[in-house]
Design a protein around this ligand. Structure first.
Ligand code: ADP
Length: 202
């Protein structure tokens, strides 16, 4: 695929509970930004299907789904959005939330996306994350939010498997945003970063 055929993308990074989803949903309302959350794509699978069961077998333990399955499903989803006219690669910048999450996923996505910016939502207080995710468990209805041990496992997996992803990209792409503040403050800071890097598109 020629370079100009790559999907332009901004990556949203941060611990589970750092506010990626909250920010992503709001920012996805901006013209030209299309928010894609990998967790949402997985959760839209039919729970009774083989794929849905496979997803749950990992997510309920706080583990990552295997890389090939993840990126294949992501690509299928994007192709589906393009086919139905909801995604136009010449118009949209993808706001990717929760993918890539391993160095192997970075490699699998390399022939598909052009990373314009990486927004890293930085949290210092990890224990606050456990409280935050447990607190939303009722509303989210997610089994992986209901169990503090699974939440701790997700945090550990983020540290071990996902953090190394950041080091693999050019440091100039990285923007750290303090996520230990009110969501509106986070939104202001993220919008500031994005308005500079995709301003021609917004
Ligand atoms: P959170 O960021 O709160 O952990 P997500 O909704 O992003 O929540 O992900 C929920 C679960 O979905 C993960 O714990 C994992 O099992 C699976 N998942 C999501 N994104 C990926 C990914 N890129 N690679 C592998 N598994 C993923």
């Amino acid at each position: 695929m020629p370079e100009n055929q790559l999907f332009p993308a901004v990556l949203l990074f941060g611990y589970p509970g750092s506010g990626k989803g909250t920010q992503g949903v709001v920012l996805g309302e901006m013209p030209n930004l299309l928010h894609l959350a990998m967790g949402d794509i997985f959760r839209a699978l039919d729970k009774e299907s083989d794929l849905g069961k496979e997803f749950l077998s990992y997510s309920t333990k706080g583990l990552l789904v295997p890389d090939d399955f993840t990126v294949r499903l992501w690509k299928q989803h994007v192709d589906g959005l393009a086919a139905s006219g909801k995604y136009d690669r010449d118009y949209h910048v993808l706001l990717l939330d929760g993918i890539p999450r391993t160095p192997a996923q970075v490699d699998l996505l390399k022939p598909l996306i052009e990373v314009k910016k990486i927004v890293h939502l930085v949290i210092e207080n990890e224990e606050a994350l456990v409280a935050r995710l447990s607190g939303r468990a009722k509303k989210s209805g997610r089994p992986d939010d209901a169990d503090p041990d699974v939440i701790r496992k997700r945090i550990a997996v983020y540290k071990e498997e996902t953090s190394p992803v950041l080091a693999g990209y050019d440091a100039a792409l990285l923007a750290n945003v303090n996520a230990d503040q009110h969501p509106l403050g986070v939104l202001r800071d993220v919008a500031d970063v994005l308005s500079q890097c995709v301003s021609g598109k917004i």
